[in-house]
Write a protein of this length. Structure first.
Length: 259
């Protein structure tokens, strides 16, 4: 078996005195598409923030291609350079053109925008079929085009792992399907591993190879998507059927603002 590109071990995290994640462990293999699922308050967002290094875990370990993200210093920097993030709303800077947005991570790395940075950024925009939008501003783009521009920016440092937070949010079904197909294409052509947080059933069915299902901060299921459908706990099958126990809805609502 190949070494995992992402290895999370006994991750505990929370806010104040409130524990949100309770010893969560998961491995992501090279080229794998892993979908993180769970109801409101399950800990999905907290998991994502801690794995990306945006929050400091209470305990546990996050390793990216063998580098410990929590170690600090050069090791953590090397680990972060392997990560790309597609944020839920795209997070494009509205005062910058699409080209400037895609170049931004490289400029922050000290690469001049009139040289290599532009060449790399144009290549990434071409990958997402958005070359024609180089000089446009985010406000001039459709929702799907904004997601693709943000995706190009997420890929500009040539990451090994792409994290996507609700990538289809706000998109119509056809545009969402096209984005799913693009993610599959990028996985295959760039050799990416993808960690996807979503609740969109069509995207889950199209993309998921393995599923990590969180419930109130604990791992309820970790394994192949088809196994989750066929043999997973009743709560997971209910999730795919879009059913939720009323007691769960009440309990989850008290967690939602924290997670």
């Amino acid at each position: 078996m190949p070494e995992p590109v992402l290895s999370v071990r006994d991750l505990r995290a929370g806010y104040g005195t409130r524990e949100i994640l309770k010893k969560v462990s998961v491995d992501v293999a090279p080229g794998e598409i892993r979908v993180v699922l769970g109801g409101s308050g399950s800990g999905k967002s907290t998991f994502l923030r801690n794995v990306l290094g945006l929050e400091t875990p209470w305990s546990g370990e996050v390793r990216v291609l063998g580098e410990n993200l929590a170690a600090g210093g050069h090791a953590a920097d090397r680990a972060r350079n392997h990560l790309g993030v597609l944020f839920q709303q795209g997070a494009l800077v509205t005062s910058l053109t699409v080209g400037q947005n895609v170049m931004l991570p490289l400029v922050l790395d000290g690469i001049r925008p009139d040289g290599a940075a532009e060449e790399i950024a144009r290549a990434r925009l071409s990958r997402v079929r958005l070359s024609h939008a180089w000089g446009l501003y985010p406000g001039e783009l459709s929702g799907g085009m904004r997601k693709r521009a943000a995706l190009a920016r997420a890929l500009v440092r040539e990451p090994r792992i792409l994290f996507c937070d609700e990538p289809s949010a706000g998109l119509d079904p056809l545009t969402s399907k096209e984005l799913d197909e693009l993610l599959l294409e990028l996985r295959d052509t760039l050799g990416l591993s993808i960690v996807l947080v979503t609740h969109e059933l069509d995207s889950i069915r199209a993309l998921a190879e393995k599923v990590l299902y969180l419930h109130l901060g604990e791992v309820l299921f970790d394994g192949p998507f088809q196994d989750a459908l066929d043999h997973g706990p009743a709560r997971i099958r209910d999730f795919f059927a879009r059913r939720l126990d009323p007691a769960d809805a009440i309990l989850s609502s008290s967690w939602e603002i924290l997670t």
